[in-house]
Design a protein around this ligand. Structure first.
Ligand SMILES: Cc1cc2nc3c(=O)[nH]c(=O)nc-3n(C[C@H](O)[C@H](O)[C@H](O)COP(=O)(O)OP(=O)(O)OC[C@H]3O[C@@H](n4cnc5c(N)ncnc54)[C@H](O)[C@@H]3O)c2cc1C
Length: 416
């Protein structure tokens, strides 16, 4: 079924009785060409690009919960490509370009909103670093604008420009950055992959990875054994646990990251804003709630819930930047498990086990990467060679020391 204004009107005239489920409730078959573990954004995007770009559709996505129950449905929805290092910039820019055409490609409203991402700076040295980043972005063909204090004040008059504890000096604006509706991204990819024959199997946990003579042969699940020629891990916060099923130890720690939403307010802020003197980022949802977040919890955990010290920490940063927020009521908060790699950059690579592929280490930033991650992971699985823009995301960089230490990705576990 194609979604359009015409479909909507014709369904309305028929009392909305003709809508069909967006994807089938598939039961696992005994064997697949490619089996993807994890029905988050990255797993579903990989399935879509395997089927649409490489004609590989004997594919299953195995999800232990329901589609969108992981980080893809828990994040603060920020998308951007304002990276500095050559190993990252082309990858995230590919992602941004895929976001720009995503709704047409998937025939699904993912509410991609290019409302701009503004990173504030608060000192001369931070301003210099942002100027360097802006120049690097422009050299790589990515849009970037350095804003002075007056330009920021005109754009966001309600911030604290007076007290001087963390004086705002300016900002780096990427106008093409913004937000997308997180769970709709998962649903859109699921629907598109399903329409090309991919089986999306929900409520099915992978409990073991079968390896014979150094080659993967399939997986054990709570719904029985499934054979597969290739197995791809895309389980985000559970990467270490799942890789351990194949005898691997990943350079990843799992931490909880929390997000918060306020009561609904009238339109206040029309961009994504990040505070440069503390870890705080905020945007406003279409329903009016301020959606914001901060730092990861300071200890390793697989619990999908947060703790009180981080709430205090995030609120302090919020108040330092935007004191009027003290009058706003917090509606709810939640947590997701982050797979924090040791250099803050992701992994898209073969595993040492033949036929096993790893997509992991997305830290804070995996939502914006969803389209390019799926695109490049599908390329790797289909062709057995890395996509050129993801060539730096090798697993062996942690052994060779060729780390991709990008400051723009947020805090590293090693800095906690
Ligand atoms: C609070 C918060 C805010 C964030 N904000 C942003 C942001 O603003 N911008 C941004 O770019 N990124 C952000 N992120 C990060 C981003 O959400 C993640 O990096 C990204 O979603 C991870 O990829 P995914 O969507 O595939 O993960 P997930 O949705 O977590 O998918 C992994 C799936 O694997 C499944 N799984 C795990 N183990 C098994 C198993 N054994 N068998 C079967 N299935 C299994 C899980 O149930 C899960 O559904 C944020 C994350 C959080 C938690």
């Amino acid at each position: 079924m194609r979604y359009s204004g015409f479909t909507l009107i014709s369904q309305a005239l028929r009392g909305h009785t003709g809508w069909r489920p967006a994807w089938r409730e598939a039961s696992p078959k005994s064997t697949y060409d490619v089996l993807i573990i994890g029905g988050g954004g990255h797993g579903l995007a990989t399935a879509h690009y395997l089927a649409s770009r490489h004609g590989i559709n004997n594919v299953a996505v195995i999800e232990k919960g329901y589609i969108g129950s992981g980080n893809v449905g828990r994040n603060t929805t920020i998308i951007r490509s304002n990276y500095l290092l050559p190993g990252n910039t082309p990858f995230y820019e590919l992602s941004m370009k895929l976001w720009e055409g995503l709704e047409q490609e998937l025939n699904y409203n993912a509410m991609v909103s290019q409302r701009g991402v503004l990173n504030l700076f608060h000192s001369d040295s931070q301003g210099d670093a942002f100027a360097r980043r802006a120049n690097a972005m422009r050299l790589a063909g990515v849009d970037a604008e350095l804003m002075n204090l007056e330009q920021v004040r005109t754009m966001l008059p309600f911030l604290d420009y007076k007290t001087g504890r963390f004086p705002i000096r300016g900002g780096l604006l990427q106008r093409r950055g913004g937000t997308a509706r997180h769970d709709a991204v998962a649903w859109g990819y699921a629907r598109a992959a399903d329409s090309r024959g991919v089986d999306i199997v929900q409520n099915c946990e992978v409990t073991g990875i079968a390896v014979t003579d150094g080659r993967v042969t399939g997986v054990e699940t709570t719904r029985g054994q499934i054979k597969a020629k290739k197995v791809a891990l895309a389980v985000a916060g559970n990467s270490s646990r799942t890789a351990a099923m194949a005898g691997m130890r990943l350079p990843i720690e799992s931490h909880v990251l929390q997000a918060f939403v306020s009561e609904g307010l009238k339109p206040l802020i029309d961009c994504v804003l990040t505070f440069g003197a503390g870890h705080f980022y905020v945007s406003q949802s279409d329903k009016g709630g301020l959606v914001f977040g901060g730092n990861i919890d300071g200890y390793n955990s697989y619990a999908q819930r947060g703790n009180l010290p981080i709430i205090e920490d995030v609120m302090e940063a919020a108040m330092a930047l935007w004191p009027a927020l003290g009058r706003v009521r917090l509606l709810r908060h939640w947590g997701g498990i982050m797979d924090m790699s040791m250099d803050g950059s992701p992994i898209i690579d073969h595993a040492p086990v033949q036929g096993l592929y790893v997509n992991a280490g997305w830290c804070y930033g995996g939502f914006k990467a969803t389209p390019a991650s799926g695109f490049c992971f599908a390329h790797l699985i289909a062709k057995d060679e890395p996509h050129p823009v993801a060539a730096a995301y090798r697993l062996d960089r942690f052994a060779t020391g060729r780390l991709l230490d990008e400051r723009g990705v947020g805090a590293h576990p090693s800095l906690q």
